[in-house]
Design a protein around this ligand. Structure first.
Ligand code: GAL
Length: 436
């Protein structure tokens, strides 16, 4: 059990006021002013399966450390936060922010900072020593104009192909195809096998966008893929055209284009043997190993990088923020401390399917994580691994840019007009690309 702030103050003989004053001197936002109490409104989109369980685990530790704060869950359902982000934008616009809200480091966070909606939290980075403990690759994506604006709670792995191993064995196809062509052939084998198994489980529009960005990564490779989302990104290239063409080939194998399934229902279908593959972030793993399925890794379900993305870790990191005008700022600061703590992160990430955002994970801590997560952790840390950000999950683009891509993907799913899709992506890039 971590030492609470109160226990620390008692042990060190410092009064809360003295500690607050000391922290204020470090610049970039003011510390909290005393023991937090009252209600804390936490905004997220974690309502499905492992997401909800992971949030509950984090809240349980928070409540142990902050017994006088009442957690109020303001989660808005909908994978990838599509509905939540719209609701949050309304609240921020109306000057009625929650005490803290889920964000994503990089582009999405950049948007909130640019709009002047967040307080810097440098005082916490100084107090907690987070510049040393958090992963150095993440820090520049949390810092704007020399100040930190959020606290990361996880690292998710995006370019993941999940599969039902038993279906693959039965049909004699690989659960880890190495090229997109092989993958498309496998999807065709599943479709032709009869029995109504869905070759590729998809859900709402964002799950198609998620799959598409991994195809872009596969075709372009990490350098060109990353450059695409910077000012001057070349959306007219033959690589982008090829990725769109693969995307079009993939669509007939997908479960639904009407958004009638949610991402977790799609994962459920894979786990139940009603679907063979799913391209999804590793929050899906949480639902396969737990939920109502309790499947065995490698035996019942398997994972592999999306074909053509071996050695690349496409990532995103969820974070929490301190909105300007938070009603219960002290409790929000206590929540941020929890999110940045080793205990809070381990409690949350082990359940969420993610890996912790800290630079070092010792051997004891490593044992808390499951087989998939150890695999993911090793890949993140390998010197040869290339790290690239996600589009769908806000690392590389702002929320506004993401919405423009949503519009383009939705139109493409209806019309299948490849050149119009490419033009719409280019127009969005031209309009929204930003410099850090
Ligand atoms: C992502 C989010 C993840 C996960 C996923 C599905 O955008 O960062 O934590 O919850 O959406 O909803």
């Amino acid at each position: 059990m971590p030492i609470t702030r109160r226990a620390f103050l008692a042990a060190s003989g410092l009064s809360a006021a003295a500690a607050a004053l000391a922290a204020c001197g470090s610049g970039g936002g003011a510390s909290s002013s005393g023991t937090p109490s009252g209600q804390l409104e936490v905004f997220s989109w974690w309502t499905a399966g492992g997401e909800k369980d992971a949030l509950n685990a984090l809240v349980a530790d928070f409540s142990l450390n902050n017994p006088t704060v009442r957690f109020v869950n303001r989660a808005v359902a909908g994978g990838a936060g599509t509905a939540a982000k719209a609701e949050l934008a309304r609240r921020l616009q109306a000057g009625s922010p929650p005490d803290t809200f889920q964000g994503q480091i990089g582009g999405a966070l950049h948007g909130y900072v640019e709009a002047g909606q967040l307080e810097p939290v440098d005082f916490l980075y100084h107090q907690e020593g987070w510049e040393k403990t958090f992963n150095p690759q993440l820090l520049p994506m949390i810092r704007k104009g020399g100040s930190y604006y959020a606290v990361p709670v996880d690292i998710h792995h995006i370019n993941m192909l999940w599969s039902n191993q038993k279906i693959c064995d039965h049909l004699g196809i690989s659960s880890s195809p190495t090229t997109i062509r092989e993958f498309l052939d496998n999807l065709k084998t599943v479709q032709r096998s009869g029995g109504g198994i869905i070759p590729l489980a998809t859900s709402e529009e964002w799950s198609f966008k998620h799959a598409f960005e991994t195809l872009l990564l596969s075709v372009l490779g990490p350098d060109q893929y990353t450059a695409l989302w910077k000012p001057g990104g070349n959306f007219g290239s033959s690589g982008v055209k090829q990725a769109i063409s693969y995307f079009a080939e993939l669509l007939p194998y997908c479960s639904s284009l009407d958004g009638s399934l949610t991402w977790d229902q799609a994962t459920q279908k894979l786990g139940q043997g009603k679907a063979c593959y799913q391209i999804m972030g590793d929050w899906a793993e949480a639902n396969l190993k737990a939920g109502s399925l309790y499947l065995t890794p490698r035996k019942d379900y398997n994972w592999a990088p999306v074909p053509g993305t071996e050695g690349v870790f496409e990532f995103e990191a969820d974070c929490f923020t301190l909105p300007k005008g938070a009603k219960n700022r002290d409790a929000a600061v206590a929540w941020l401390k929890e999110c940045g703590s080793r205990r809070g992160q381990d409690d949350f990430d082990t359940v969420k399917g993610a890996i912790p955002p800290r630079a070092s994970v010792d051997s004891t801590e490593r044992t808390l994580y499951d087989e998939y997560q150890k695999w993911s952790l090793d890949l993140w840390r390998a010197k040869s691994t290339r790290l690239v950000g996600s589009v769908t999950h806000g690392t590389l683009v702002t929320n506004d840019w993401n919405s423009a891509i949503d519009t383009a993907v939705t139109a493409f799913l209806k019309t299948r007009q490849q050149s119009s899709f490419q033009e719409a992506l280019a127009a969005a890039g031209k309009k929204y690309a930003f410099t850090d």
